[in-house]
Write a protein that binds this ligand. Structure first.
Ligand code: ADP
Ligand code: MG
Length: 481
């Protein structure tokens, strides 16, 4: 595919459910999983005479996320009615924000797995209410609708068309999600629908200034699906243009089973939303004191924490990013390092070894029997040459299983590293005598002859010999022969 002729332009629209106890404009519960249509009021239905009242918690949560993604907070807030006719919307309009959004002009700096860094500008983040949920599956002769979700507060976060690759989109979503989770105002679960993403994408010849015609992809149920659907669209749009056709502006649906996008509706069917100010909610001012107060309540966010980890612990950017993307992992890591572990080792052992074992057991760090202090102790025992790395790897699964301290396990199983030079010297002599062929190979300059002998030493000591001393001893004895 001649895709090097074109460049890709991507913009993402993310909807995040704010974890308030009641809805955006009424007292209905927002609890997930309740019986359909048991969590509604006359306000969610927009019945005559009902009046919406803004949920202050939702406003505060929205401001906190907006601050977390470096947005400016509006001085004045206004809500608008956005009209469309669809059974998921009982009022036939959604209360949203049109020309005076809650916040604007933010950004997130993201780095991909391949160390590709980019600043993604955020155009706006505004408050709106969610719609109900249609169920086309469980009834054969029609669709069902559940209005429990209608009126749940959402923050819609819209980027500028700054992203250039599916990997950048993936990295942006990952950082956005972990930022919001650190703030603790949404669980950001794509499976439960508390985070939803629509992806806009176009291509244009390299060097062209104006944007190409975009398509919008909906029905994305994971960050991986976002990245895959974008790649699919890049290939599809490139093919369309290469064959002399034009890309049609349209909304497309991602089919995860078939791993492709299909047309949902074209621009001709696009909505005219007839926005106008919501007359039942008067515009109001957000005081700067309130914004400052909410800012003070923010925890250290992943981006800042990543920078601190790089500086304080000399970690690579990628390692730091992996650690901070989950708050519990990062907290665990800090306790481990603060109780004496080497930062680089702690990072490797936590993310590769410990999380590897836990993943295989389908467990999480949260209920893990290995405390960060005890992992730190294991690593320090390696540093002090009480055990070597091989033995440490044997011990860790037992620590996960039993919660026992590494010291106890080593004592009980007699696993202390053998560093007694006299003893090892004796053993080295025996092994050399028993393997004349390897000695010959060594004299002939064959480098791996020595690793064979090291292996024999480790075998004899059941893996407990200090590998550095063994190496040194063998080198010395052999060169003296
Ligand atoms: P719409 O009115 O169709 O919703 P918006 O201007 O609101 O379009 O933009 C929606 C999203 O699409 C934003 O994230 C924006 O950055 C992105 N976007 C706009 N134009 C393009 C384009 N030509 N190619 C890719 N993304 C685009
Ligand atoms: Mg839009």
């Amino acid at each position: 595919m001649a895709s090097d002729k074109y460049e890709t332009v991507i913009g993402l629209e993310v909807h995040v459910q704010l974890q308030t106890e009641s809805k955006l404009f009424c007292s209905s519960s927002t609890q997930f999983g309740a019986e359909p249509n048991t969590q509604t009021t006359e306000v969610s239905f927009g019945l005559p005479g009902s009046l919406p009242v803004l949920n202050e918690k939702a406003l505060e949560y929205g401001i906190q996320i907006a601050l977390g993604i470096n947005c400016k907070i509006a001085e004045r807030l206004k809500f608008d009615r956005k009209h469309y006719f669809y059974p998921d919307l009982p009022k036939a309009y959604q209360i949203s924000q049109f020309d005076m959004p809650l916040s604007y002009e933010g950004y997130l700096d993201v780095t991909t797995k391949d160390n590709d860094s980019i600043r993604v500008r955020i155009n706006r983040a505004h408050l709106e209410e969610d719609a109900g949920k249609l169920d086309h599956e469980s009834h054969s002769d029609g669709s069902l609708v559940d209005y429990n979700r209608a009126g749940i507060p959402l923050l819609e976060i819209v980027t500028e068309p700054d992203l250039k690759t599916p990997e950048q989109a993936y990295a942006y979503l990952t950082l956005l999600k972990s930022t919001i989770k650190y703030i603790g105002v949404s669980d950001c679960s794509m499976e439960q629908g508390s985070l939803r993403c629509d992806a806009n994408i176009s291509i244009r010849p390299k060097g062209q200034k104006e944007l190409g015609t975009k398509t919008e992809i909906k029905n994305l149920n994971s960050f991986k699906a976002v990245a895959r659907s974008l790649q699919y669209e890049i290939d599809r749009q490139t093919q369309v243009v290469e064959s002399g056709d034009r890309v049609v502006q349209e909304t497309r649906l991602w089919n995860d089973a078939k791993q492709k996008t299909v047309t949902m509706r074209s621009k001709e069917e696009a909505h005219d939303y007839r926005f106008f100010p919501e007359p039942d909610l008067v515009p109001f001012t957000i005081s700067r004191e309130k914004v400052e107060e909410l800012k003070k309540l923010l925890p250290e966010l992943p981006q800042a924490r990543e920078h601190r980890f790089v500086k304080e612990f000399q970690l690579s950017e990628y390692d730091a990013q992996v650690l901070v993307s989950d708050k519990k992992t990062a907290d665990y890591y800090e306790v481990c390092v603060n109780s004496g572990a080497d930062p680089k080792k702690a990072s490797n052992w936590l993310t590769t070894e410990l999380l590897g074992i836990l993943n295989a057991r389908k467990e999480s760090l949260e209920n893990c029997k290995v405390t960060p202090e005890s992992l730190s102790l294991l690593l320090q025992m390696m540093d002090k040459q009480v055990i070597n790395g091989k033995i440490a790897k044997e011990i860790l699964p037992e620590m996960v299983e039993t919660g026992n301290s590494p010291e106890d396990i080593v004592k009980d199983r007699g696993m202390e590293q053998v560093s007694d030079t006299g003893l090892l010297e004796e053993l080295a002599k025996n092994i050399i005598n028993a393997n004349p062929k390897s000695v010959e190979d060594f004299k002939l300059g064959k480098k791996n002859a020595i690793s064979f002998l090291v292996g024999q030493m480790m075998k004899e000591t059941k893996g407990k010999a200090n590998p550095a001393i063994v190496n040194q001893l063998l080198q010395k004895t052999l060169s003296e022969m």
